[in-house]
Design a binder for this molecule. Structure first.
Ligand code: BGP
Length: 460
């Protein structure tokens, strides 16, 4: 083996409830914002495919988990659907949902796969969104109750917990760039939403500590986008600094270090968009930092200093502070429009080592979405060598980070099987396992066999 990973390395994949479960109207599940958005605007999603037509994990989890075992998974991340467990977001727990998640957990454990459970993956219950969603402090309290309920119900067997997946994405999608419901554009409201999400997170961490779950750990999953400046000119560097503050440190600092960067607070203050806070919040943030961190990495961010002054009458946006920079010659995933820059994963880990107390971390998502994969079908399965290459190149950089002392414990791919995407339904496929949408038949791709070897030999 040229790249041998540390003993006990976590090999597996990640998913989320809305994207794989299906059964959106079955067994007492309430509506979340995705069910609702699809019902009022079906053509917003690719080919009118909505979250009710997903990969049918709800009915086929047993088979799927056996397949995970077969392809070498020793760990697997899924999310609990808040609107399935507590329809409406508050009140009575749905016993059918409890049975379903119990079965999934037990099935994983029987197959020697450690469950990594995430509490929130973009899927706000509709009733709570109608009360203002994360803008409303009472929704923060409802989330804390939901989190506590999950620890109580499943904490005897689940040891690895996450409060949120990519909490900044609903802020960006729902309040700045129009790709999540309620699709408004308002920087000030976005900041309030971001702040309340952090508050919800720390409240969940605080209540987790009361349960004293044996060997239990709690963390959060952040999509970190290393910010690279066009040049070493001070103005370009400043653009990279600002985007780092807005898009990474706004979440990373409070959850790992227990406080907000002063520079960020000054900017928000200067532009009159500081969120409404309560004094006791800051104690909570300080005292409830995480045990470990999931890092989702897909693409870096490249920026340069603003070339034209922003229009003072235009909508105030983060982009007032920087311009995006399209670096000539950069490698792109044409289907998703994201740059592929493998070294980014190394830079993130080195930064965590240097500036974030070398916190225990793992890659919680990384993957390649490809359109029309059937064109790579040969001998009855998809020969996705490009995906193998993609994973391998990222793993090499991860290996180097570990060699240099970064506290990295695992690698989860996005994703186990082709699933429904928030932005393009089933257009781009990410899975190790292909899904035929009509028959729901599962067929491992070439990458699944390769991934199995890597997991089995703990390297390649
Ligand atoms: C991450 C999300 C996942 C997943 C992935 C791929 O941001 O956590 O839920 O969807 O990105 O993105 P997309 O499906 O938009 O191509």
């Amino acid at each position: 083996l040229q790249y041998e990973f540390p003993e006990g390395f976590w090999w597996g994949s990640a998913t989320s409830a809305t994207q794989i479960e299906g059964a959106a109207k079955e067994e007492g599940k309430g509506q979340n914002i995705w069910d609702y958005w699809y019902s009022i605007e079906p053509n917003r999603f690719f080919n009118n495919i909505g979250p009710e037509t997903t990969s049918d994990f709800y009915h086929q989890y047993k088979k799927d988990i056996k397949l995970m075992r077969k392809i070498g998974h020793n760990s697997f991340r899924f999310s609990i659907s808040w609107s399935r467990l507590i329809p409406g977001g508050r009140g009575k727990v749905n016993s059918k949902a409890v049975a379903f998640y119990n079965n999934v957990i037990d099935q994983l454990l029987e197959n020697n796969i450690e469950p990594f459970v995430n509490l929130f993956h973009f899927d706000m219950p509709l009733e709570l969104q109608n009360e203002g969603g994360w803008e409303n402090r009472e929704v923060v309290e409802a989330y804390a109750v939901y989190a506590r309920e999950c620890f109580r119900l499943f904490g005897d067997r689940v040891k690895k917990w996450f409060t949120f997946n990519e909490p900044i994405v609903p802020v960006e999608g729902g309040y700045l760039y129009d790709f999540h419901y309620p699709n408004v554009v308002d920087f000030k409201r976005a900041v309030q939403v971001a702040y309340h999400t952090i508050l919800a997170h720390v409240k969940a961490v605080e209540s987790f500590r009361h349960f004293h779950i044996k060997n239990g750990k709690i963390g959060i999953i952040l999509n970190l986008t290393p910010s690279y400046s066009r040049s070493q000119n001070p103005a370009d560097l400043e653009a990279a600094n600002i985007t780092d503050l807005f898009f990474n440190r706004s979440f990373l600092d409070p959850v790992v270090l227990g406080n907000y960067p002063k520079e960020l607070v000054h900017i928000l203050q200067k532009y009159g968009i500081l969120p409404i806070t309560q004094k006791e919040d800051f104690e909570l943030i300080k005292n409830n930092t995480i045990d470990f961190l999931g890092v989702n990495y897909y693409q870096p961010r490249r920026v340069k200093a603003k070339e034209n002054l922003p229009n003072p009458y235009g909508v105030f946006m983060p982009e007032w502070f920087f311009d995006n920079y399209e670096m000539p010659g950069r490698k792109m995933n044409p289907y998703r429009g994201w740059e592929i820059y493998e070294k980014g994963i190394y830079d993130i880990m080195i930064n965590l080592k240097k500036n974030y107390r070398n916190i225990e971390s793992f890659v919680s998502e990384n993957g390649l979405g490809v359109e029309s994969e059937e064109k790579f079908l040969k001998d009855g399965y998809i020969q996705d060598d490009y995906r193998i290459e993609f994973i391998k190149e990222h793993l090499k950089w991860l290996y180097k980070a570990i060699e240099e002392g970064c506290n990295v414990k695992g690698y989860h791919l996005w994703t186990f099987m082709d699933n429904w995407s928030w932005t393009n339904a089933y257009k781009n496929r990410y899975g190790l396992i292909a899904i035929d949408l009509n028959t729901k038949k599962r067929t491992p791709k070439k990458s699944a066999y390769w991934f199995k070897d890597v997991a089995t030999y703990n390297g390649f």
